[in-house]
Design a protein around this ligand. Structure first.
Ligand code: ZN
Ligand code: ZN
Ligand code: ZN
Length: 382
């Protein structure tokens, strides 16, 4: 099993712990139960894996009589040795096969007589249900809505990691001409891109979309055995985490030689204007849905509204997709430190598609792009 080492200073972790406990209290939750995943990584600076043996951070709400504890199988505890549990005031409760870790969680919480616990959004059902049995008097809810209040607001270290991820994925896009050529399949191009994503500083190529020709009209296409042809318009959407755990996610649209449809240049110009309008609109005090509308209005006004089939963006951090979502109906007011994608697209079924995606961070002055590759349709040699 692998546990990523802590790379966050103790002071920051202590601050996250305090704020998480306060957020739990404010949400009327008596304790957060956080199994391995990005929430655990956020709180402990270390992740690990979730499986049939329970690992769980027990974080009582501020004011609770119970104390924070890390429940972990004894055989996996060595992986967490780098976690500053003493500094965080976290009691380590190991258990061995044959013991009931869910009962252990209940015992640890007993002093607080919990009426309500929030479990990590992606906790395996086998643990969620076992915890329900072990804590029959506690209503279960999701921890995600509590922790997103913290995770949405990135600190300087997190933004630095996002910036590093953005620069790394920009270097991959800068090399696209090495791989994206007629006669090669999307899968072949995708394999080269995936290797470069790692070579440029990511720990893994989390996703690689090479949507050529009509496949570009399918926003989450992936790769296929389609052979790239001269004149194709190709959507390349790529990203992954850097060692700090923070993700890149950037899309550029390429043309392999002169585009094969004569509506490409004009339509692409609409998309580029829409993406710029959304970046310009974003800033502190602006709602998420206003940013979505800024891009959508430009596209709709040009007559392509029905071909922009997804939200304008998503938050990004330890997860590729997280709050805040830049979508109609989300009246969340953006704040300094929030990071999200701005990625409008225009998808013409059966013909071609295009998307432009940058990650931006909200600053006092407005939204700052972390991806700086040119936004024009990139015409590659054919
Ligand atoms: Zn996506
Ligand atoms: Zn993307
Ligand atoms: Zn994205």
């Amino acid at each position: 099993m692998s546990v990523s080492a802590a790379q966050i200073d103790v002071e920051s972790l202590r601050d996250r712990f305090r704020r998480a406990a306060e957020a739990a209290a404010a949400a009327g939750v008596d304790a957060l139960l956080v199994s391995p995943g990005s929430d655990l990584r956020y709180l402990l600076g270390a992740d690990g894996e979730s499986h049939e043996r329970l690992t769980c951070l027990v974080l009582p709400a501020a004011g609770s009589a119970a104390e924070p504890a890390l429940v972990v199988p004894k055989l996996e505890y060595p992986g967490y040795a780098g976690v500053p549990t003493d500094d965080l005031g976290v009691h380590v409760a190991t258990w061995v096969d044959g013991e009931d870790p869910h009962r252990l969680v209940a015992d640890l919480l007993k002093a607080g007589a919990p009426k309500s616990v929030a479990v990590a959004d992606l906790m395996p059902a086998l643990h969620t249900l076992a915890l329900r049995d072990a804590l029959p008097d506690a209503r279960q809810s999701l921890a995600g809505p509590v922790l997103r209040e913290l995770r949405m607001r990135k600190d300087a270290g997190e933004i630095e990691a996002l910036r590093k991820a953005g620069a790394a994925i920009d270097r991959v896009h800068a090399r696209m001409g090495e791989w994206l050529r007629p006669g090669r399949t999307e899968a072949e191009v995708g394999a080269d891109i995936a290797a470069a994503i790692v070579a440029e500083g990511h720990t893994v190529a989390e996703f690689v979309i090479v949507g050529s020709g009509p496949n570009g009209a399918s926003p989450h296409h992936g790769v296929s055995d389609r052979v790239i042809e001269k004149g194709d318009v190709v959507v390349v959407d790529i990203g992954g985490p850097v060692p700090e755990g923070y993700n890149s996610d950037s899309t550029r649209t390429y043309a392999v030689g002169v585009p094969g449809f004569d509506d490409v240049v004009g339509t692409y110009a609409v998309l580029q204007a829409a993406q710029q309008a959304a970046v310009d609109a974003a800033g502190p005090g602006v709602t998420a849905e206003a940013v979505d509308a800024a891009a959508r209005d430009v596209i709709a006004d040009a007559g392509f509204g029905e071909y922009f089939v997804h939200r304008t963006g998503h938050g990004i951090g330890l997860d590729v997709h997280e709050d805040p979502y830049i979508v109609s109906g989300n009246d969340l007011v953006l704040e300094v430190g929030m990071a999200f994608s701005v990625e409008p697209g225009i998808y013409l079924p059966g013909r071609w598609g295009a998307r432009i995606e940058d990650i931006v961070v909200v600053t006092e002055e407005g939204a700052v792009r972390l991806n700086t590759r040119p936004h024009e349709l990139a015409v590659l040699p054919s």
